[in-house]
Design a protein around this ligand. Structure first.
Ligand code: 5CA
Length: 193
């Protein structure tokens, strides 16, 4: 147990992990770890090691179904891919208020586990490239390090490709047109910060 008790939001995350037999090493900072970039700077890690916990909603007759995507810092969720992976015809980004009400945590501190309502969790395979990744621990000033395999188990996550492909590189030095994966109207369905 720490000398000083954790904030109740952090305590909920620590207890959820403890119920799965994992002792979290929560790091609390004076400065913000609200964004992935801030978290990377605070812990001295690569942006790719930061776990964004992004909330999505499918509106069904029985109420909203909530999905939390655990995404490597630089990556962006592709809504079409996410919908296909979770088998929802329509899915959208949660508002800040919905994210708080559905998970019990405020954006910037939403953790991968310990949510107040049942959620399904989908994890970006890119997180598996790192020995250790860092996830939010319930507050926008608290994060914890975890091996990705442990994160997957803690969050009961399915690992599946849900992020955008990198933008195609322009073809240079030929007479042909550059290829593009953009849709006919030039937009790509995206949902990330
Ligand atoms: N503590 C950091 C790193 S662990 C963190 O929680 N990052 S995060 O990416 O999971 O949370 C911030 C994200 O919340 C932003 O990337 C952005 O995509 C999202 N966000 C910010 N404002 C809103 C909003 N008004 N509605 C929905 N999502 C938002």
């Amino acid at each position: 147990m720490p000398d000083t008790p954790y904030h109740p939001a952090v305590e909920r995350v620590v207890e959820a992990a403890a119920r799965k037999g994992v002792a979290l090493d929560v790091h609390v900072f004076a400065e913000s770890t609200h964004t992935a970039a801030e978290a990377a700077a605070a812990v001295g890690a690569e942006l790719g090691q930061i776990v964004k916990s992004l909330v999505f909603v499918a509106d069904g007759e029985g109420g909203p179904r909530t999905y939390v995507c655990l995404v490597s810092g630089p990556n962006r969720v592709d809504l079409s891919r996410l919908a296909a992976v979770v088998g929802e015809p329509e899915i959208r980004r949660a508002s800040a208020r919905e994210a708080r009400d559905l998970t019990g945590f405020t954006i910037g501190g939403i953790p991968p586990l310990g949510h107040v309502l049942p959620v399904r969790v989908v994890m970006d395979p890119d997180l598996g490239r790192h020995e250790i990744v860092w996830a939010a621990a319930g507050l926008p000033t608290a994060v914890f390090p975890v091996p990705p395999a442990t994160l997957r188990a803690l969050a009961n996550a399915v690992v599946a490709p849900i992020t955008e492909e990198p933008e195609p590189r322009a073809v240079t030095g030929t007479a042909g047109e550059a290829t593009s994966h953009a849709t006919a109207d030039g937009r790509r369905p995206t949902a990330d910060g």
